[in-house]
Design a binder for this molecule. Structure first.
Ligand code: KIV
Ligand code: ZN
Length: 521
């Protein structure tokens, strides 16, 4: 973390935890390639600190923190660690090659957590803080300490905890509202109290970290900023545990849009990368953004009421407090078609934040050409689904090679499928209540997966009769729930792909069970 950023009193640091606090929420898990793609986009977006994961949680977490640390140039990369030596050492190891490493260590400080979770006394926790921060300083001079459940912690004890962290060498002090319990006025007072009472507080950065259980995460975050916190911990689209974390794009645009109110405080975010980043995350995890979501929702800039439309046409300022262009929303113009070549395809992918390796690019280009044969107008949304399909979603033991169905008013729906299993072709035929059911049954006959279909959703990616359908399926087995996605102009093919994608994920989790199961916090 450069001193100029830390030293500028008007600069709000953005600490992005999409890949840690966001990724550990249900349905948001990403594979290594997806995490690296998103991390690179977050660097383009200009986040100051990127929390890449929790290295001791699993081999996969360790590998992804390491890979991100190795590949980012400008961004500070953080790894999360509890206070144990093993946690800190593992984080230090994962960050060994980072240009700007940060160890983020935490322990709960509320009496509720001390009594029911940690079974430790207050003195013991102070000792843990001291030991952990000192050990982390052995790896890097950029150490963040978080007092988990700070907003339900006795304020004077919190002062002692933070003093211990500063004395041991912490440079950032985080005040998490872990359970989304606080309110704007209360959080504002807490931050002011800590800044006034923690000895040495002028030499450290105070950070906020809010969860959205009462729908107050962004309001609380902005209140903390007004009280002098200078680091905002947040996630893209507000994804995260339970009701989510502070939505990065909302805080950034609130500061940008209201400099009069926020006294010119600003972030280093390249706001035109906000929308592409939001789209990329949504297409990787397959969780759509709600249409009325502030800043990045489909309707955020749509003016339906006639009187509004009239006003906006005369002068946008009548009903628009910021422009869609300022967050990088393209007008939904036709982007590519049947005659577009490799160059145009590569350029457009780069604009959307995708930098594919050669083999991946060739695979994606072939799928693009296939799609262009079936669909006249190819929009950005089509390309995002196509890249997600050809890069992220094809990993695993199973791949759908072919699918034929017969169905109709009087015919019994029947599906014949061919699956590649570890590279070998396997065929199956099954009947079902409908064509999708028949396809799922035929696939299950080959994979022999025991699972329950919890949810099936289909939506058109763009408008038009030839639009691609995007299918999302949620399946579960023994309490493990995974989400699969597939896109195609034929929704039955999209369904088959989504189901195979979900089964691959389930199989992957099963193969890791026992040894390497990720543990969130
Ligand atoms: O919510 C929380 O308390 C956390 C900490 C680890 C910062 O995520
Ligand atoms: Zn959190």
């Amino acid at each position: 973390m450069s001193d100029s950023k830390r030293g500028d009193p008007k600069r709000i640091l953005i600490f992005d935890t999409t890949l840690r606090d966001g990724e550990q929420s249900p349905g948001c898990s990403m594979n290594l390639k997806e995490k690296i793609t998103l991390a690179r986009q977050l660097e383009r977006l200009g986040v100051d600190i990127l929390e890449a994961g929790f290295p001791i949680a699993s081999e996969g977490d360790f590998e992804s923190v390491k890979a991100i640390a190795d590949s980012l140039e400008r961004t500070c990369v953080a790894g999360l660690a509890r206070t144990s030596d093993a946690d800190i050492d593992r984080a230090g190891e994962a960050l060994a090659k980072a240009r700007h490493p940060r160890i983020h260590t935490f322990i709960a400080t509320s009496d509720i957590h001390l009594e029911h979770k940690l079974r430790m006394g207050r003195e013991q926790v102070l000792e843990e803080v001291d030991r952990a921060v000192r050990r982390a300083r052995g790896f890097t001079d950029d150490v963040e300490f978080s007092a988990e459940d700070a907003t339900r912690t006795d304020w004077d004890y919190l002062v002692q905890v933070f003093k211990a962290a500063i004395d041991a060498g912490a440079t950032t002090l985080n005040v998490p509202d872990t359970v989304g319990y606080t309110t704007p006025v209360e959080y504002h007072e807490l931050i002011r109290y800590l800044r006034a009472h923690v000895p040495g507080s002028d030499d450290v950065i105070f950070s906020l970290h809010c969860h959205n259980d009462l729908g107050l995460a962004v309001a609380n975050s902005l209140a903390a900023v007004q009280a002098g916190a200078r680091q905002v911990e947040c996630t893209v689209n507000g994804i995260g545990e339970r009701a989510g974390n502070t939505a990065m794009e909302e805080v950034v645009m609130a500061l940008k849009t209201r400099p009069d109110h926020y006294e010119g405080l600003d972030t280093g975010i390249v706001t035109t990368e906000i929308y592409p980043t939001s789209r990329m995350l949504s297409s990787i995890i397959g969780i759509p953004v709600q249409p009325n979501k502030a800043i990045v929702g489909d309707n955020a800039f749509a003016h339906e009421a006639g009187i509004h439309q009239h006003g906006v046409l005369n002068a946008a300022i009548t009903y628009e407090i910021m422009t869609p262009q300022s967050i990088g929303r393209p007008s939904n113009e036709l982007v590519l078609g049947k005659h577009s070549g490799r160059h145009a395809f590569r350029d457009r992918l780069a604009e959307l934040g995708y930098d594919l390796e050669d083999a991946e690019f060739q695979k994606a280009f072939k799928r693009f050409k296939d799609l262009a044969d079936r669909k006249k107008s190819i929009y950005n949304e089509d390309l995002e689904a196509l890249v997600a399909d050809s890069v992220g979603r094809q990993e695993g033991r199973f791949a759908l090679a072919d699918l034929v169905i017969t169905s109709g008013t009087f015919a019994t729906p029947t599906a014949t499928i061919e699956l590649q299993v570890d590279g070998e072709p396997h065929k199956a035929t099954a009947q079902g209540d409908g064509p999708v059911d028949a396809v799922f049954k035929a696939i299950t006959e080959v994979t022999q997966t025991k699972c329950e279909l919890e949810q099936y959703q289909v939506k058109a990616i763009t408008g038009g009769m030839d639009a691609q359908g995007e299918v999302t399926v949620t399946i579960s087995d023994e309490g493990r729930r995974v989400i699969g996605h597939g896109a195609h102009t034929d929704v039955i093919v999209a369904s088959g792909r989504a189901y195979v994608n979900a089964i691959n994920k389930l199989e992957w989790h099963k193969s890791r069970r026992g040894s390497d199961e990720p543990r969130g916090i």
